[in-house]
Write a protein that binds this ligand. Structure first.
Ligand SMILES: Cc1cc2nc3c(=O)[nH]c(=O)nc-3n(C[C@H](O)[C@H](O)[C@H](O)COP(=O)(O)OP(=O)(O)OC[C@H]3O[C@@H](n4cnc5c(N)ncnc54)[C@H](O)[C@@H]3O)c2cc1C
Length: 606
């Protein structure tokens, strides 16, 4: 439930956004950027000191892009990116690696990999080995998001078998009302495991995949993440660490939880349609409580008297309307997480825990997953490290996002420690993000978001087409970019007005980065405030990362690390799935070559 302060704020927060925007805007002079004074000092010191105008960033300057690199590294970059542009080679990279391993022997093979692909895209084998690179990048204004990138080298058959064994719950059966959700007596197709997509590694760009083995393996993953957090804390003052929730528990739980959340939201939209409010943005959709009660009674879900207490909490129904956040709080205000999975029971009209049919062992598995998340978040808080929860497939993502939100509520009280990830290739991205942000406003915690376009497009589309549900992805690349910029704009406005939100623009797209810089300047968000971060993968788009870093913008590389042999399966897949992107890395190769030539001509190669 929201706090009292949250409920007081509710009235103000429900005012239209634009209105609040202008009302709350500080009086700024053109070219000045207001920096929030430290709490308690503003009154003593008077008006905040104006900051210098934001620094200019020159993305096309090869010298700025590669000044952190030795000439040997430039040459390696040229060779590696050049090879990555050769499609037949990328297609057959696995066979070629197996052959080279046979011909060269393990040791020579590892040396060759370190001199080429592994050396370019991976920071090193362990936390000690990656320190020099992290320190060097830091000296050039670039931080690190540590990402232990070991991936099990399973065959497709093994991956499918694991997924089928662990994806379906033995005792689970839905309790949803048939009248509420069409086809609700069956699991929704999207949230069922399908053998053909059991190997979740296919059609994914640059993302590691975890398969559930047992609880001990999940503990092992948690220990790895803990070491990552500790290394991030040890290596800088403002570190980030990335985690994936599919590594921390049985995916079955995420599937089922996602299904319930989606059904609950669908139910809300069905009720909105009944009231003639279909098609509005999530935050603009408000159900009239009276009509809602009538519909619930008509559907036989609850009599008016029975549903009365659903809408009489501290927040619910004060304005005679219920929005999606009020609706969601029906699930969580009366429960703790372990009892979260509630759906209306048709006979009683009451919310009942969906988990009641989990076996004892399954219930325990779910609790352990939540405990692991808690351990990680606590450690991150202690170490002053921010934790990014990666976004994954749409059939897991509602649960991942919701669990992350629960961590944010708990840990983001003073500043954004936990960051959720929003995939802008999703048709629902704007609704998802704005609803979460609105919740942070109402409850007074600090919103933290990483915005990405999304890594699972090909897999998502194939699965939706083959299994037979609506494609969750925007129809075109342009729509995805539009969505990205719309979401980004929304958070940037929030930062301007409350200075409580943080966002990471995780993209290699120069236009998106330029759009961000432009909007930051317009809104008076200065890079030194450290509320807008940028993120790119190691070995990719240094011409974006380093000029940003040197101009003083907080920018980070996702830094994969791990033993050569164990990182190679991930790297090999990444090369294949990124082949379109790598082919387009032409600009990077041109810049690398131009910097190499400059050093050669000026005699500064060494
Ligand atoms: C630091 C960092 C962290 C990341 N974390 C995550 C994460 O947690 N979860 C995750 O899913 N991804 C993550 N990614 C990957 C990211 O989602 C993108 O796949 C990748 O960055 C490419 O997008 P872009 O904006 O960099 O480049 P661009 O080349 O501008 O965009 C390519 C992307 O656009 C989208 N797209 C392409 N064609 C179409 C089309 N026809 N219709 C609709 N959309 C289309 C796809 O998402 C594609 O990946 C991360 C990336 C970075 C750099």
């Amino acid at each position: 439930m929201a706090s009292r302060a949250g409920s007081r704020a509710l009235h103000v927060l429900r005012c239209p956004r634009r209105l609040r925007s202008t009302a709350a805007a500080p009086q700024e002079q053109p070219g000045e950027a207001a920096r929030p004074a430290p709490a308690g000092l503003s009154g003593l010191r008077g008006a905040p000191r104006p900051l210098p105008p934001p620094p200019a960033v020159h993305f096309g300057d090869p010298r700025a892009a590669f000044s952190s690199k030795s000439s040997a590294e430039l040459l390696r970059g040229l060779v590696v990116l050049g090879l990555c542009a050769l499609e037949p080679l990328v297609e057959r990279n696995q066979q070629l690696m197996t052959l080279s391993r046979k011909l060269l022997g393990q040791q020579l093979f590892e040396t060759l990999m370190k001199m080429t692909f592994y050396g370019h895209f991976v920071a090193g084998e362990d936390q000690e080995a990656i320190k020099p690179l992290i320190q060097r990048n830091r000296a050039f204004g670039v931080g690190s998001v540590l990402d232990y990138s070991v991936e099990e080298d399973l065959t497709t058959e093994e991956a499918e078998r694991k997924e089928m064994e662990n994806g379906e719950g033995a005792g689970w059966a839905p309790l949803c009302s048939r009248r509420l959700f069409s086809g609700a007596d069956q699991r929704e197709k999207q949230f069922r495991v399908h053998r053909g997509f059991g190997d979740r590694r296919g059609g994914v760009i640059s993302a590691r995949t975890y398969f559930y083995a047992d609880e001990a393996k999940c503990d092992q993953h948690m220990d790895t993440f803990l070491r990552c957090i500790e290394a991030s804390g040890g290596s800088s003052q403002d570190g980030f660490s990335a985690i994936k929730l599919t590594a921390l528990g049985r995916p079955q739980f995420l599937l089922q939880f996602s299904e319930v959340l989606m059904k609950w939201r669908k139910f809300f939209h069905q009720m909105a349609a009944e009231q003639g409010k279909a098609g509005l943005a999530a935050l603009e959709t408000k159900l009239e409580v009276k009509k809602l009660q009538e519909t619930l009674a008509k559907l036989g879900i609850a009599t008016k008297a029975e549903s009365h207490h659903w809408f009489t909490g501290e927040n619910l129904g004060v304005s005679g309307t219920v929005d999606l956040l009020d609706w969601n709080s029906l699930i969580d205000s009366r429960t703790k997480l372990s009892k979260l999975l509630l759906v209306p029971n048709m006979k009683t009209g009451q919310l009942e825990p969906l988990l009641s049919r989990f076996t004892e062992e399954e219930d325990l598995q779910m609790k352990r997953m939540l405990q692991r998340m808690d351990v990680l978040a606590k450690r991150a808080l202690e170490m002053g490290v921010r934790l990014m929860v990666d976004a994954e497939q749409t059939y897991f993502q509602p649960a991942i996002s919701r669990l992350t939100l629960e961590m944010q509520r708990k840990f983001n009280t003073e500043k954004a420690i936990i960051f959720n990830t929003y995939q802008c290739y999703l048709k629902e991205a704007y609704d998802n993000m704005t609803v979460d942000l609105e919740l942070s406003r109402r409850e007074g915690w600090c919103f933290g978001a990483k915005l990405v376009r999304g890594a699972y497009m090909e897999q998502e589309r194939n699965r939706a087409a083959q299994v037979g549900y609506e494609d969750p992805i925007n129809p075109t690349y342009e729509k995805t970019s539009e969505m990205y910029h719309r979401c980004l704009d929304y958070v940037l406005e929030e930062i301007k007005h409350s200075r409580k939100a943080n966002v990471m623009v995780a993209s290699h797209n120069e236009d998106t980065v330029k759009f961000t810089l432009h909007r930051m300047a317009e809104l008076g968000i200065h890079p030194s405030e450290s509320s807008v971060y940028f993120g790119q993968l190691l070995g990719m788009c240094d011409q974006i990362t380093f000029p940003l870093g040197q101009a003083g913008y907080p920018v980070y590389k996702y830094v994969p690390y791990g033993p050569v042999n164990e990182v190679l399966p991930y790297l090999s897949r990444r090369a294949q799935e990124n082949k379109g992107f790598l082919k387009r890395a032409k600009q990077e190769r041109v810049l690398l070559w131009s910097e190499f030539k400059r050093r050669l001509i000026t005699g500064s190669l060494f």
